[in-house]
Design a binder for this molecule. Structure first.
Ligand SMILES: *Cc1c(COP(=O)(O)O)cnc(C)c1O
Length: 390
């Protein structure tokens, strides 16, 4: 028996391939420094872990949670949006809790796509936008993110017949993998575009709190009217080092939030309530941990920048996110350069074409190892490759 056509087109998840490579190198006894995976290495702040530990002994948390999340968790999300972005949200109708935002990002396509429908997808980009589209039977129309446009899609380049057909537009700022931050000007254009063509904007913003050199990232929902045409995905994963806990949310247009909640109520049973209590503590408790986390990444960013400069790259570096997005030296493809760095320096970088065709010619560095290890990685790369031809 054959798999369905979408399944036949479904590649193994990007990071599954990288993990295999690491395993092989480890078997050969090589010490690998992994700059490949976008998973914070720092622990979840203690006051959040403590809340979880207490909550787990409350047997009321042991039953099925509501699939859209506890109302008090949703209220704390709304409170955080008000405080952080001055955006008003109704916790009952405009917030849905997710089992990590990846889950909602994948499921939203099932709410809107009929076979052959089109989603607008940024490229390079987080693979889940296109994968959700594919599994729901839809087609991706690629919006290139080019350096000359500050890695923002050029909306004027989207043909009007494509825009007429499109259902969803995925966006992600601060951006994985490019590190770009969008401004309100751009979001305003997106809202106008979405109104014009009746498109639901799905803005993915898990890195809004991880920014550098004084940059502050806005929410898409700060634009008047955004809530009529869009939703925003967010997560505790990156802000509070909680990737393993699986808790996130979507906020915005009530119709889309209801639709996502209806899908979830039929497919899953929500987030363990003890985790939701810990989430409330994360959002409502002291926020100095976020500043500390940012400071650690800022220090690592400076190490990476220095290391790249020494090798001949003159990169600006990210405004936000955990990543450097760097062109490969001339004469290499994304794959051949990643291979070379792994073989000669024992360092894993992510090949840019894993994020789409417009990622070809780039590689990504994740700042998810400590400063000393990061310095060692660049020392090894310098020893192995010397100055590169960029
Ligand atoms: C890490 C990440 C997420 C968040 O994933 P969770 O499922 O909330 O852990 C979403 N989008 C992008 C672009 C990411 O890099």
């Amino acid at each position: 028996m054959n798999e369905s056509i979408p399944m036949q087109n479904l590649p193994p998840y990007l990071f599954a391939r990288i993990e295999k490579k690491i395993e092989q190198a480890k078997e050969q006894g090589i010490d690998i420094i992994n700059l490949g995976i976008g998973d914070p290495d720092l622990p979840t702040p203690k006051h959040i872990v403590d809340k979880m530990a207490l909550s787990i002994y409350d047997s009321a948390t042991h039953q099925y949670p509501s699939s859209v999340g506890r109302l008090d968790f949703r209220a704390s999300v709304a409170g955080w949006y008000k405080k952080r972005f001055n955006v008003d949200l109704d916790p009952r109708s405009e917030v849905v809790t997710l089992i990590g935002s990846k889950e909602g990002i994948a499921h939203i396509s099932f709410a809107y796509l009929d076979k052959g429908d089109v989603n607008l997808i940024p490229d390079p980009g987080y693979p889940v936008y296109g994968i959700g589209t594919l599994l729901a039977g839809g087609t991706s129309y690629v919006m290139p993110l080019l350096e000359k446009n500050n890695f923002l899609p050029d909306l004027d380049k989207i043909p009007s017949d494509v825009a007429e057909k499109a259902k969803l537009m995925f966006l992600n700022y601060p951006n994985n993998p490019t590190g770009a931050v969008a401004d309100l000007n751009f979001f305003k254009k997106v809202v106008d575009f979405a109104k014009n063509y009746d498109i639901l904007v799905c803005h993915d913003g898990p890195y809004s709190e991880i920014t550098f050199d004084g940059v502050k990232a806005p929410s898409f929902l700060e634009i008047p009217g955004a809530k009529e045409v869009g939703i925003e995905f967010h997560s505790l994963s990156k802000t509070y080092n909680m990737t393993g806990w699986r808790i996130g949310w979507a906020v915005g247009q009530a119709k889309a939030i209801e639709a996502l909640g209806r899908i979830k109520s039929n497919l899953d049973s929500g987030v363990f309530e003890a985790i939701q209590y810990a989430g409330i503590t994360a959002l409502e408790g002291p926020q100095d941990c976020v500043a500390e986390i940012c400071k650690v990444y800022q220090e690592r960013k400076d190490v990476v920048q220095k290391g790249l400069r020494k090798m001949g790259w003159n990169v600006k570096g990210p405004q936000g996110s955990l990543y450097f997005w760097v062109p490969v030296p001339s004469g290499y493809t994304s794959e051949s350069f990643a291979e070379e760095v792994l073989d000669k320096a024992g360092v894993i970088i992510t090949q840019g074409n894993g994020y789409g065709v417009y990622g070809e010619g780039y590689f990504r560095i994740a700042m998810t190892v400590d400063k000393a290890r990061m310095e060692e990685a660049f020392e090894r790369m310098y020893q192995a490759l010397g100055k590169v031809n960029v």
